[in-house]
Ligand binder design. Structure first.
Ligand code: SAH
Length: 470
């Protein structure tokens, strides 16, 4: 197979990035836009030793009964890489996610007979994101554009003036429009990745969900000062009164890490506050620009409730490893307030640890301690101080847990480990290690935090077997 060949391809499965997968001449071919059961003409655009990538030219009839036509978002068709499953109906997105987890647990984890529960669906699979990052660019006519990067690229696919991103929430949408108009009208220069010149790089917006509406803006610029800053602050806060915090991030590096620079707080509060849970005494959280915070607020509540339901009865000591701003552990401690569990958290980002400490105090949890550092290094010290936990919650980033941390968790001999994962492949790898000796998988419950994309969050309960020969 060669580049530019045009082939006829039958699609059998779909990948996490939304590409259809088929085989041609013994070679795996990925093609965005085609769905399982479909057949199309495909032009090969890249060939490697083990796979090829094709571009869809046409689809033959019949199309998949799960195809959304038109896709949920118009920008999907223009190549926007923000979402990858806009051409698949929502129920089928959920089916795919469940199957993907099952495949990983079987293939990578080596488990047979593990039942994956149906994915907890989102009631609102659109306009859910509480955080969006919009890069600025210029089109070939020199007009300012703002949108999202195309898949695997730094080409900005613009969101046209009268349109909107189908997963940004209303506050993000309004702030994006006001900021875009301001920058276009003032003709502020736009950063150009190839020349390294120009000022405006990207806009990040974070919003809360419950309580008084609040939004945080971070403008990333390739300069020490943003031109017309005071005017911008006046304009955006007048148009969007919920804007309660603004930062400028000076980033002069040739990097694709969006918020890699020095932060200057220029307006309002340092953090925004959100509440998780719709019940009396639900905990509130301070969110800093760089802290991890789940992006789908309604589904976050469902996710944390799943974790709560998997707790042992009357937990005395909860370890929350990879705790971010302390959200899961504090939520659990508040829900289990009648037994006043001791809470200990571990997190690498110092500002998140500081937020966690404040968040616990604000939620009335006095017996909580949060430790800053690498989980693999710090957790043994935490365990030496606090002893055997009732439950260990692990919520690592996509790369999963360090093998040394898994050994530490095993040696702590907790009755239960609840693993919250955003990547089924690393979850399966880590479950294999966790279950090598005395633990077994009791429950795998996926929750759809990311409608319109292939990502899925999974909660797995691992329980210590009753040991006859300890
Ligand atoms: N449990 C939190 C955050 C989960 S995201 C919540 O639900 O909101 C994963 C967190 O792990 C992030 O806050 C990240 O900063 C942190 N992290 C990443 N690598 C780490 C490491 N090696 N040691 C400790 N924390 C780490």
């Amino acid at each position: 197979m060669n580049k530019n060949d045009i082939i006829e391809l039958d699609i059998t499965t779909i990948a996490e990035d939304g590409s259809g997968i088929g085989r041609f001449d013994g070679m795996v071919v990925f093609c965005r836009g085609l769905l399982p059961g479909e057949h199309g003409s495909v032009q090969i655009i890249k060939v490697t030793k083990s796979y090829a990538i094709g571009k869809m030219l046409s689809i033959s009839d019949p199309v998949s009964p799960h195809r959304m036509d038109p896709p949920v978002c118009r920008n999907f068709t223009k190549g926007c890489g923000g979402c990858t499953f806009c051409h698949v109906d929502y129920q089928e997105q959920l089916n795919y996610k469940r199957q993907h987890i099952a495949d990983c647990i079987a293939r990578i984890g080596g488990f047979s007979n593990v039942d994956i529960l149906p994915v907890v669906p989102a009631e609102f699979p659109k306009f859910y994101r509480n955080k969006s990052i919009y890069p600025f660019s210029q089109n070939s006519s020199g007009d300012v554009i703002c949108g999202f990067y195309a898949q695997n690229s730094h080409r900005v696919v613009p969101i046209e003036k009268e349109e909107r991103c189908m997963i940004e929430n209303d506050m993000c949408c309004k702030i994006r429009r006001v900021t875009f108009d301001f920058i276009s009208q003032r003709r502020t220069s736009i950063y150009n990745e190839s020349t390294g010149k120009g000022i405006m790089r990207s806009l990040m917006v974070r919003t809360n969900h419950r309580g008084t509406p609040e939004a945080m803006i971070v403008l990333s610029i390739n300069a020490d000062k943003m031109p017309h800053l005071q005017d911008y602050i006046n304009t955006v806060t007048a148009a969007c009164p919920y804007v309660s915090s603004i930062y400028i991030c000076t980033n002069k590096k040739d990097t694709n890490v969006v918020l890699d620079g020095s932060f200057r707080h220029v307006y309002g509060k340092m953090t925004i506050q959100d509440t998780i849970g719709d019940f009396e005494g639900a905990p509130s959280f301070e969110i800093s620009p760089l802290s991890f915070y789940q992006v789908n607020p309604l589904q976050t509540e469902k996710l944390y409730d799943v974790v709560y339901r998997l707790l042992p009865a009357a937990p005395k000591l909860i370890y929350d490893i990879y705790c971010g701003t302390g959200t899961i552990g504090i939520y659990l401690a508040v829900r289990a307030a009648d037994v006043r569990p001791q809470l200990t958290g571990v997190e690498a980002v110092p500002s998140a640890v500081a937020d966690a400490q404040k968040n616990a105090a604000a939620a009335g949890i006095s017996n909580a301690e949060f430790f800053c550092g690498d989980a693999a290094e710090v957790t043994p010290k935490v365990m030496a101080k606090y002893g055997t936990p009732s439950v260990v919650v692990l919520d690592p980033p996509r790369k999963g847990c360090d093998a040394a941390l898994i050994q530490t968790v095993l040696s702590a001999k907790a009755d239960r480990v609840i693993y919250v994962s955003c990547d089924p492949a690393t979850l399966a790898r880590d479950l294999k290690l966790l279950c090598e000796t005395n633990y077994e998988i009791k429950c795998v419950q996926p929750v759809d935090m990311f409608p319109q994309s292939g990502h899925v969050e999974t909660v797995a309960l691992i329980q210590r077997k009753l040991c006859r020969n300890p």
